[in-house]
Design a protein around this ligand. Structure first.
Ligand SMILES: Cc1cc2nc3c(=O)[nH]c(=O)nc-3n(C[C@H](O)[C@H](O)[C@H](O)COP(=O)(O)O)c2cc1C
Ligand code: SF4
Ligand code: SF4
Length: 260
């Protein structure tokens, strides 16, 4: 057991990339995939406990919120969060800070890092030029944030003026994620390679009568859609013809190696 831990959740690899880089900077760090955790892990001996994950609908993904609600209240570690986001947090950091507060755990530090947008249901993946710049800038952000973490810097989020305004949208979106994949359409380009089944972090994909089928505990990470080699998975018609994205610095298949 190392002296630090980083628990991460990631769909298209941005947060995995940030988790690996941060661990490389702060050293002596166990890296654990939140999606592999069945019961609340024992964390009491860690000095620093970090969570790295994407912002979904201006808050944490459901799986991360559940993980936070099961955290140890009796642990005196320095808790920190790094969230990755494609463009707009609108109070996400404060919302996450509040989740820790609700269970009586002090979140010592929270920061965000802009990464390439992957929510192609309503948005698009940017040009390669912007994408490469965003990834390059993120390396500097990780170094800056890691310096803070090494020094146990305290950083509380400010309550943004958008906090109340997006509260309703955020909680309604969050309720929709589990069933999101029920509206995924698999088209005739599917070659039944089963990559989507292997990639799904929460085992929400299987096969019924030889066809790809989605269950009802989707996290809406979009890893299946972005990693399908033939672009065969779409959300209704909203993602048809749109560019796909997987973080080029990592192999998303490797995320499962960081299982508890
Ligand atoms: C379901 C979903 C909701 C998202 N909501 C937001 C959001 O509210 N604000 C934002 O800036 N980015 C949003 N994004 C973009 C991701 O947060 C961003 O691309 C992130 O870096 C993806 O991380 P990952 O590659 O580790 O999965 C969303 C992405 C998904 C899949
Ligand atoms: S990854 Fe794409 S091609 Fe492979 S089984 Fe899934 S939908 Fe079909
Ligand atoms: S079904 Fe697709 S979008 Fe849903 S959790 Fe699995 S990989 Fe992510």
């Amino acid at each position: 057991m190392n002296e630090n831990s980083i628990f991460f959740f990631s769909g298209t690899g941005n947060s995995f990339d940030v988790a690996l880089r941060t661990a490389g900077e702060i050293k002596n760090t166990d890296i654990i995939n939140i999606a592999s955790i069945k019961n609340a892990p024992s964390v009491d001996n860690y000095k620093r406990i970090g969570l790295v994950f994407p912002v979904y609908g201006f808050t944490a993904p459901n799986i991360v919120s559940k993980f936070i609600s099961n955290l140890s209240k009796n642990c005196n570690a320095y808790y920190f969060c790094i969230v990755t986001l494609g463009g707009l947090g609108l109070g996400a950091e404060y919302r996450i800070y509040e989740k820790f507060k609700e269970i009586g755990v002090e979140l010592g530090y929270i920061a965000h890092i802009y990464m390439p947008e992957n929510y192609i249901i309503t948005s698009i993946v940017t040009t390669d030029k912007i994408l490469n710049k965003t990834l390059k800038d993120s390396v500097k952000s990780v170094k800056r944030i890691s310096g803070d973490l090494i020094n146990y810097t305290k950083k509380k989020p400010k309550r943004s003026i958008f906090y109340n305004m997006v509260e309703k949208i955020s909680s309604e979106e969050t309720k929709r994620w589990p069933l999101r994949a029920k509206d995924f359409v698999v088209n005739e380009n599917c070659i039944k390679c089963k990559k989507c089944i292997t990639i799904c972090p929460v085992e929400n994909i299987g096969m019924i009568d030889g066809e790809i089928a989605f269950e009802t505990h989707c996290e809406c990470c979009l890893a299946c859609m972005h990693s399908c080699p033939n672009g065969a998975i779409n959300y209704k018609t909203k993602t048809v013809g749109k560019k796909r994205y997987i973080n080029p610095n990592i192999k998303i298949e490797e995320m499962k190696k960081y299982s508890l």
